[in-house]
Design a protein around this ligand. Structure first.
Ligand code: GAR
Length: 216
């Protein structure tokens, strides 16, 4: 069997999405290889998860760089040396410069804890609760130079129930995320989901007009 998709996974924190991807690869349900796990945060727990599974890790601490462009240039050098098919942002909490996004155009995915285009940015759960939303969710999208703005490949939804707290929504969201990211990567590895050179998404050979909806 070929080693499949070559992934670079970028994290800043706990890395539970990274863990879900590792688990899918180890279970044989995702034909991929993680070529590097990069964190801007030296204390990210996800680094320990990666090391435990024998994966190469790289810390590029943003505090060591005076400017975003300098940081991104170092990140870019590292990723180019690894030559991934896809860069997978998994709780990577930094904005990427336009130059970086251009260098890996149509090859960067992000997972965001909201039903984009609603609730871009931070504190999505707090804001959804403050607005008395009845539904919330998760989006996996292609990264463009605009924050949380690229075409959405897949969305997963869950209800907000009376009395739900921020941490309740985090739990519901994470449960979906841990199924959705491996699923999207599997579909890409099988060529069922294709991102073309113009950034258009095709699912089972048809142009995707609206995000796919995840059902467990
Ligand atoms: C995830 O819930 C992800 O959606 C969110 O960070 C969390 C990381 O969890 N990402 C963003 O908010 C990006 N704007 P993890 O480190 O346990 O995978």
């Amino acid at each position: 069997m070929s080693s499949g998709l070559v992934l670079a996974i970028l994290i800043s924190g706990s890395g539970s999405n990274l863990q879900a991807i590792i688990d899918a690869i180890e279970a044989g349900t995702l034909n991929a290889r993680i070529a590097t796990v990069v964190s801007n945060n030296p204390d990210a727990y996800g680094l320990q998860r990666a090391i435990r599974h024998g994966l190469p890790v790289k810390v590029i601490n943003h505090r060591d760089y005076a400017k975003r462009e300098l940081y991104d240039a170092e990140l870019r050098r590292h990723l180019q040396s690894v030559a991934p098919d896809l860069i997978v942002l998994a709780g990577y909490m930094r904005i990427l410069s336009a130059g970086f996004v251009r260098a890996f155009e149509n090859r960067i995915l992000n997972i965001h804890p909201a039903l984009l285009p609603a609730y871009k940015g931070l504190d999505t759960h707090q804001r959804a609760l403050a607005n008395a939303e009845k539904e919330h969710g998760v989006s996996i999208h292609l990264v463009t130079a605009e924050l949380d703005d690229g075409p959405v490949l897949l969305q997963g939804r869950y209800p907000i129930e009376n009395g739900d707290s921020v941490s309740d929504l985090q739990v519901k969201g994470h449960q979906l995320e841990h199924q959705m990211y491996p699923a999207v990567l599997r579909w890409i590895s099988e060529n069922k989901l294709v991102i073309d050179d113009n950034g258009q998404i095709h699912y089972e050979q048809s142009l995707l007009e609206n995000p796919l909806q995840y059902s467990a």
